[in-house]
Design a protein around this ligand. Structure first.
Ligand SMILES: [Zn+2]
Length: 468
C-alpha cells in the first residue's frame, strides 16, 4: 500500500522540482555576473567613443558608396581593437545611387523657393526641370484612389502629418506616402511626387528615405518638402487658385555593387555553434553623419560585446555582433544573411537589434514561446532598476531582426524613448551632438544584461510559432 504512494509522492516531488527549474531557469550565479556587468556598464562603458569615431572618421555611409566601404574597414578594425575573437565580412549585392541637386520653387501665384530633398533612388527631372500644377492629397490612400485624369501631368502632393510618440508609432501611418507614393503617382501619369516630410520637427530641412521602386515602369521624381514648406504650400492651395511649382532635380542611378555585413564574435566556451545575434545597421543616409541612425546602435552592441569579452571566461554560447549592410534601402543585408545561413537558423537562440536612436531604454519586449516567459521575468529583475518596464511579447527585435523572427527565431527588444527621434531621422541634422554619453551607458547596461544571460543560460529559448 505504501510503496505506490511513495512512488507517486516521489514522482510528484520530481515533477515539482522540474516545474521549479523551469520557473527559475537562470541560476543565481548567472544573475550575479549579469548584475556586475550591468553596474560596470553604468559606470564605465564607453559606447560614446565608438559612435564618435564612426561619425568623425567615416561620416555618411550610404549602401555601396565610398563612405560605406570605409565604414566596413572601420568596423573590422574597431572590433579587433575591442577584443572580439573572430572578425569577418560577408559580401552582399546592393543597388547604388548618387544624390545630385534638388531645387523647387513656386512659380505661381506667389513665386518663392521651397526646401526639398530627393527621396532615395529618385530619378531626376528632364534637363531644364519640370513645371506643373500641384494636386493635393491627404494621404497615399487618397492618391491611390484618385482617378488618373485628376493626377495626369500634375505634381501629386501628399500632405500627411506625422504624430509624435515615445514609441515612434506615428511613423507607420505616415510613411506610406514615402514608400508607396511615387509608384502611385507614376502609375497615374503624374509629373512628379512631393510629400510632406515624414518627421516630427518644424525645421526647414526635409527628410529623405527609401521608397518602393521595383517594377515601376516610368518612375517620376520624388521629393520630400520640409514641414514649414509643406505648410506654405498648403496655405497657398487654400487660397483656391492653381499653384504651379517648378522642380529641377538631378540624381544618378549606378550599377549594382558590393557592400558587406560586418560580423564579430565572442566565441562560446561550451556550445560555440549556438549563437545569439545582436545587431545594428552600418549604412546610413547621406545627408547627416548617421549618429542616431544607426551609429548609436552600432556603438551599443559593440560595447556590449566588449564588456562580455572582458569577463574571466567566455560565455557558454557565442555572442555574434552583426553590423548589417544596406538596411536603409530595404533590409538588404539581413535578407541576404538569412538566405545564406538558412540551415543554421535553428542554432540562433535569439536575435535583437538597436536601431531607434540614442534615447533611454524604457521598455523590454520579447518574442518568446509562453513556456519561456519565466526567463524574461528573471531578466526583468535586473532591468527594472534601470527604469525599464515589461512590455509585450510581440517584439520584432528591430528592422533587420524581423527577417529572422519571420523564421521563428526568438527575439528581444529593448525599446528606446523615441520622442525626438523623428525630428532628426534621415536629415542633415542626424549628428553626434544628439547623443548623450550617460544615456548610452544606460543602454549598454540593459543590453549587457539581456545578452549575457542569453548566451550563458543552461536551457534555450525554443522556437516561436510563425504566423501564416
Ligand atoms: Zn535605422
Amino acid at each position: 500500500m505504501f510503496r505506490p504512494l511513495l512512488t507517486l509522492t516521489g514522482g510528484l516531488i520530481a515533477a515539482l522540482a522540474v516545474t521549479a527549474a523551469q520557473a527559475k531557469p537562470l541560476t543565481q550565479e548567472d544573475l550575479s555576473v549579469a548584475e556586475v556587468l550591468r553596474d560596470r556598464a553604468l559606470e564605465s562603458s564607453d559606447a560614446y567613443s565608438i559612435v564618435e569615431s564612426l561619425t568623425v572618421e567615416v561620416g555618411p555611409r550610404p549602401a555601396g558608396s565610398e563612405g560605406d566601404r570605409r565604414a566596413v574597414a572601420w568596423a573590422q578594425e574597431k572590433m579587433k581593437a575591442l577584443g572580439f575573437d573572430r572578425v569577418y565580412t560577408e559580401q552582399i549585392e546592393v543597388p547604388r545611387w548618387n544624390r545630385g541637386h534638388a531645387h523647387a520653387r513656386v512659380v505661381a501665384p506667389f513665386p518663392q523657393p521651397l526646401v526639398v530633398t530627393s527621396l532615395g533612388y529618385s530619378v531626376g527631372t528632364p534637363e531644364g526641370g519640370v513645371s506643373a500644377e500641384i494636386v493635393e492629397f491627404a494621404d497615399v490612400e487618397a492618391l491611390m484612389k484618385a482617378p488618373a485624369r485628376k493626377v495626369k501631368g500634375k505634381i501629386a502632393f501628399i500632405n500627411k502629418r506625422m504624430e509624435r510618440a515615445r514609441t515612434g508609432e506615428g511613423y507607420g501611418p505616415a510613411v506610406g506616402g514615402r514608400s508607396k507614393g511615387m509608384r502611385a503617382a507614376a502609375e497615374k501619369g503624374a509629373a512628379a511626387l512631393l510629400i510632406r516630410s515624414v518627421g516630427t520637427d518644424s525645421d526647414r530641412f526635409a527628410h529623405t528615405g527609401m521608397m518602393s521602386i521595383d517594377g515601376v515602369e516610368n518612375p517620376v521624381p520624388a521629393l520630400a518638402l520640409s514641414a514649414p514648406d509643406a505648410n506654405l504650400l498648403e496655405a497657398m492651395l487654400k487660397r483656391g487658385k492653381p499653384v504651379e511649382v517648378k522642380l529641377d532635380v538631378h540624381n544618378q542611378r549606378l550599377e549594382d555593387g558590393p557592400s558587406f555585413n560586418v560580423i564579430g564574435e565572442i566565441t562560446g566556451r561550451e556550445k560555440p555553434e549556438e549563437v545569439m545575434i545582436i545587431g545594428a545597421h552600418l549604412d546610413s543616409w547621406d545627408e547627416g553623419t548617421g549618429a542616431l541612425d544607426d551609429g548609436a546602435g552600432v556603438a551599443i552592441v559593440m560595447e556590449t560585446a566588449r564588456l562580455i569579452a572582458e569577463l574571466p571566461q567566455r560565455p557558454r554560447r557565442t555572442l555574434r555582433v552583426v553590423l548589417y549592410g544596406a538596411e536603409e534601402i530595404g533590409l538588404v543585408g539581413a535578407k541576404q544573411y538569412v538566405d545564406a545561413h538558412r540551415s543554421e537558423l535553428d542554432n540562433i537562440v535569439a536575435v535583437s537589434e538597436s536601431d531607434f536612436g540614442a534615447g533611454k531604454i524604457w521598455r523590454f519586449d520579447t518574442r518568446l514561446p509562453e513556456s519561456k516567459f519565466a526567463i524574461a521575468d528573471q531578466i526583468m529583475q535586473l532591468l527594472a532598476p534601470l527604469g525599464i518596464e515589461r512590455g509585450n511579447n510581440k517584439s520584432s527585435g528591430g528592422p533587420d531582426s524581423s527577417v529572422f523572427v519571420a523564421q521563428g527565431v526568438p527575439a528581444f527588444g529593448l525599446y528606446q524613448d523615441g520622442s525626438d527621434y523623428f525630428d532628426y531621422h534621415h536629415t542633415p541634422n542626424d549628428t553626434l551632438d544628439k547623443v548623450d554619453p550617460k544615456i548610452l551607458q544606460q543602454n549598454v547596461a540593459a543590453w549587457v544584461v539581456m545578452s549575457f544571460l542569453t548566451v550563458e543560460m543552461e536551457g534555450d529559448l525554443g522556437r516561436v510559432p510563425t504566423e501564416h
